[in-house]
Ligand binder design. Structure first.
Ligand code: GLN
Length: 194
């Protein structure tokens, strides 16, 4: 059985665990290096990326997670999680640099401080080609490399992306009823563990 981890240092981790369990997954909170070793796939939730970085330091989790992702571990990163994985972050901040995108933190300002918007999807997630997106102090993806597939946009901005086994959403899918993103992540986790 695939063991799904949720990085549980800070932020909205509990809701992801509940959804994955509802979809039939076996889930574990990940707070230490020992926890990380036990899981096959990982959710990096929304929250505050700078706070998460600090909390990852004692166990050197940023580097350990990076090494696992490079080795093929499936990841679902949402909001602050996308910031943590991005190659370039503005204003500059440390990160895992595994996702070939540039992001600007809190870039939407008051416009998207906390808002529900309609995301337009490509075909990969099936119908409907619309999805609700809850944005909370969301980062803006301002560049994607050719390795990145854009699965969803809000206006012209990529807000749901995939790069191989890394799935990233700048919004909070755990706060909406649509389960397609978690299902896609579970499939990637199960395939990686097969
Ligand atoms: N603004 C937060 C950050 O910079 C992200 C917000 C979120 O995850 N909801 O980390």
């Amino acid at each position: 059985m695939t063991e799904f981890g949720v990085l549980a240092l800070q932020g909205d981790w509990a809701a992801h665990g509940a959804i994955l369990r509802e979809l039939g997954a076996s889930t574990h909170p990940v707070r230490t290096a020992a926890d990380l070793v036990r899981v096959d796939a990982l959710v990096i939730p929304g929250g505050e990326s700078s706070a998460m970085l600090r909390l990852m330091e004692p166990e050197n989790l940023a580097r350990r997670i990076r090494d696992r992702i490079v080795a093929g571990m499936a990841v679902l990163a949402t909001c602050a999680g996308v910031i943590l994985l991005a190659e370039n972050i503005r204003p500059p901040q440390q990160g895992l640099a595994v996702l070939n995108v540039d992001v600007v933190r809190n870039a939407y300002g008051r416009q998207l401080h906390s808002t529900v918007a309609e995301i337009v999807l490509t075909k990969e997630l099936g119908k409907p080609l619309r999805m609700e997106g809850v944005f909370i102090r969301a980062p803006r993806i301002v560049r994607v490399s050719s390795k990145v597939t854009v699965l969803g946009r809000w206006r012209d901005d990529p807000v749901l992306i995939r790069q191989g086994h890394i799935l990233g959403a700048t919004f909070h899918p755990e706060l909406s009823a649509d389960r397609r993103i978690h299902e896609m992540f579970m499939k990637a986790g199960e395939a990686g563990n097969g």
